[in-house]
Design a protein around this ligand. Structure first.
Ligand SMILES: C[S@@+](CC[C@H](N)C(=O)[O-])C[C@H]1O[C@@H](n2cnc3c(N)ncnc32)[C@H](O)[C@@H]1O
Length: 281
């Protein structure tokens, strides 16, 4: 059988402005409601790695933070958390009631409001595939985000790239309904699906952790928010304004679950990945 990574890569196109993929208020609301919450274990693994070289946890900067689910889990460990995202609608949907968390609109490779050498953790959750990674010749890896991370990090500070791969629904019939949506992704999203296997962090001795998982029990309605948060669903709607892909998927899922007769809930699993490196002292 062909691997899911291959099938997904084969279906994707490459013509999307990645800074505008999450710029729609309905999609951002669905993102805030429907995307999975990273586990406490994941935040703890990253924090434990940070304190190997730097026990003071003053500031984390989370770039491509979306509505903040990759930022807020650090709030109990760091004095201050700043989430940055290019999308005004994503930032508008971030929580406003966590005193040590602040969210700003901005580009992840350009952070004029962050002082040089002031950051203990610079991270990117589920967003690094949307960042410029190659120069115009497409040959040299000169990631502007890495350069900005290196500028703002303290010596001994941590760079972390994390996220989750494509979901697997434990119910195969429901799973295949959701796979129909994949063809509308830009091809860079395959980096998420293969968990950045070919990405090298710029710091010697960097490590990766592929041990952790995330799981949610959900139903067709709640899963509709997750699907509506996906770029692929929005792109499909642009191309097919008269069709409602997500409502159709919800209806099909409901029909399958009713026919199976084992209840209306199903479990969705993701594999988490974390790449982490310390800026040399
Ligand atoms: C898939 S979301 C990830 C959100 C969140 N960090 C999470 O873990 O769920 C990717 C986010 O990256 C943002 N983004 C894309 N390009 C960006 C750029 N150049 N600068 C800042 N944010 C960017 C998008 O607006 C989007 O909110």
């Amino acid at each position: 059988m062909t691997s899911p990574e291959y099938q997904i890569a084969h279906l994707m196109n490459g013509t999307v402005d990645k800074t505008k993929m999450y710029a729609d208020m309905d999609q951002s609301k669905a993102y805030a409601e429907g995307r999975p919450r990273y586990t406490d274990d994941m935040f703890k693994v990253i924090v434990d790695y940070c304190i190997e070289t730097n026990r003071k946890l003053d500031l984390v900067v989370d770039v491509g933070c979306g509505p903040g689910m990759s930022t807020i889990g650090f709030a109990k460990y760091f004095q201050k958390c700043i989430g940055v995202d290019v999308s005004e609608t994503q930032i508008a949907c971030a929580p406003k009631d966590i005193p040590n968390c602040e969210f700003k609109v901005g580009y992840l490779h350009q952070l004029p409001f962050i002082k040089t050498g002031s950051v203990d953790l610079f991270c990117s959750g589920e967003s690094f595939h949307l960042m410029q990674q190659k120069d115009q010749t497409q040959r040299t890896l000169i990631c502007r985000t890495f350069a900005e991370a290196d500028r703002v990090l303290k010596p001994g500070g941590t760079l972390a790239i994390f996220g989750y791969d494509w979901l697997i629904v434990e119910n195969p019939e429901v799973n295949s309904i959701i796979y129909g949506i994949l063809q509308y992704y830009p091809k860079e999203s395959t980096q998420i699906v293969d968990k950045f296997r070919t990405l090298e962090l710029p710091y010697p001795g960097w490590i990766r952790n592929d041990e952790l998982k995330m799981s949610v029990k959900t139903n067709a309605d709640k899963h509709g928010d997750f699907l509506n948060s996906l770029w692929a669903a929005r792109a499909y709607k642009n191309d097919h304004p008269d069709e409602d892909l997500v409502e159709n998927a919800k209806r099909q899922i409901t029909e399958v679950l009713e026919k199976q007769g084992n209840g209306m809930e199903f479990t969705v699993n993701w594999n988490l990945f974390i790449l982490m490196g310390h800026k040399p002292m």
